[in-house]
Design a protein around this ligand. Structure first.
Ligand code: GLU
Length: 258
C-alpha cells in the first residue's frame, strides 16, 4: 500500500512539474526555457535594422539584440528576428509574437501608458528629407504642401498634432516613403534624422534640412505587465554595462551614428 501511495505521489509531483513548465508566465524564465530570444526589429530602417545584399538582417539594433542574447543565453546567435513596422510593432509585442522590440522605438508619454521601456540606448531627432533641388529650409516652408510620414511613427503624431495645416501622405515602411519622395509624390519626408541619413549616404539627389524638431530616445520596449519586469531589469543592466564599458559608443561608431 505504501508503495502505491509513494508511486501516486511521484506521479502527482511529475504532473505538477510538467504543468508548471507549460504555464511559465515570467518572460525571462520563458526565454531560458525556450533557449532563444524573439525580438521585433525593423528591416527598413538603416543603419538600425535593415538587410544586407544576401538578405541578412544587420544594423545597430540587430547588434544590440545579439549582445542581449549573448548576455542572457551565452550565445549571440540564440536570437530570432521578427520584422515589424512602426504601425504593427505594439500589436506584435502584446500578442506575444515577440519578447521585446528593438525597433528604433522612441519613449513617449503616450506609449509609456501601454508599454514598459528600458533605459535609452540612443537619442535621435526628427528632421526633414527633401530632394537636393528643393528650396525648402524648414517646416514653415511646407505650408499647403504635402509631407510624407511613416504610419505609427512619432513624426506622424507630431505633425498631426502640431502642424495640421500640412497635408500628410502615409506609408508603412521607410523604403516606400523614400520611393514616394523620389517619385515626386510629396515635397519631403519627416522622420528620425539617423534613419533619413541612411538614404543620404547613398543618394546625392536628396538632402537633410539642418533643423531638428524633437528628441527621440530609443529604448527596448516590453509588455506592460509584471511578467516583463525581470527581463526589463536584465536588459537595463546590460545596456548600463555597454554604456560604462564604452561598447555602446563603439557600436555607434561602427554604424556611423555617433
Ligand atoms: N523613433 C520614431 C518612433 O518611435 C520613428 C522611427 C520609427 O518609425 O520607428 O516612432
Amino acid at each position: 500500500m505504501k508503495k502505491v501511495i509513494f508511486a501516486l505521489l511521484l506521479l502527482c509531483l511529475f504532473c505538477c512539474a510538467c504543468g508548471k513548465k507549460d504555464n511559465i508566465t515570467d518572460d525571462l524564465a520563458k526565454i531560458y526555457q525556450r533557449d532563444k530570444i524573439i525580438v521585433g526589429v525593423r528591416d527598413d530602417a538603416a543603419p538600425f535594422g535593415f538587410r544586407d545584399k544576401d538578405g541578412n538582417l544587420i544594423g545597430y539594433d540587430i547588434d544590440l539584440a545579439k549582445i542581449i542574447a549573448g548576455n542572457i543565453l551565452g550565445n549571440e546567435n540564440k536570437v530570432e528576428f521578427i520584422p515589424v513596422t512602426a504601425s504593427n510593432r505594439i500589436m506584435k509585442l502584446n500578442s506575444g509574437d515577440v519578447d521585446m522590440l528593438i525597433a528604433t522605438m522612441s519613449i513617449t508619454n503616450q506609449r509609456q501608458q501601454i508599454l514598459n521601456f528600458s533605459i535609452p540606448y540612443y537619442i535621435a531627432g526628427q528632421a526633414i528629407l527633401v530632394k537636393s533641388s528643393s528650396k525648402a529650409e524648414s517646416l514653415s516652408d511646407f505650408e499647403g504642401e504635402k509631407l510624407i510620414i511613416v504610419f505609427g511613427s512619432t513624426s506622424e503624431r507630431n505633425l498631426r498634432t502640431n502642424v495640421p495645416e500640412v497635408k500628410l501622405l502615409g506609408y508603412k515602411t521607410y523604403n516606400q516613403a523614400y520611393k514616394a519622395l523620389k517619385a515626386g509624390k510629396a515635397q519631403g519626408i519627416v522622420a528620425d534624422d539617423t534613419i533619413l541619413l541612411g538614404f543620404v549616404v547613398s543618394d546625392k539627389s536628396v538632402r537633410l534640412l539642418p533643423k531638428r524638431y524633437s528628441k527621440e530616445p530609443y529604448a527596448v520596449a516590453f509588455r506592460k505587465d509584471e511578467y516583463s519586469e525581470r527581463l526589463m531589469k536584465k536588459v537595463n543592466y546590460i545596456i548600463e554595462n555597454l554604456q560604462s564599458t564604452g561598447r555602446l559608443n563603439r557600436l555607434q561608431e561602427k554604424w556611423e551614428i555617433k
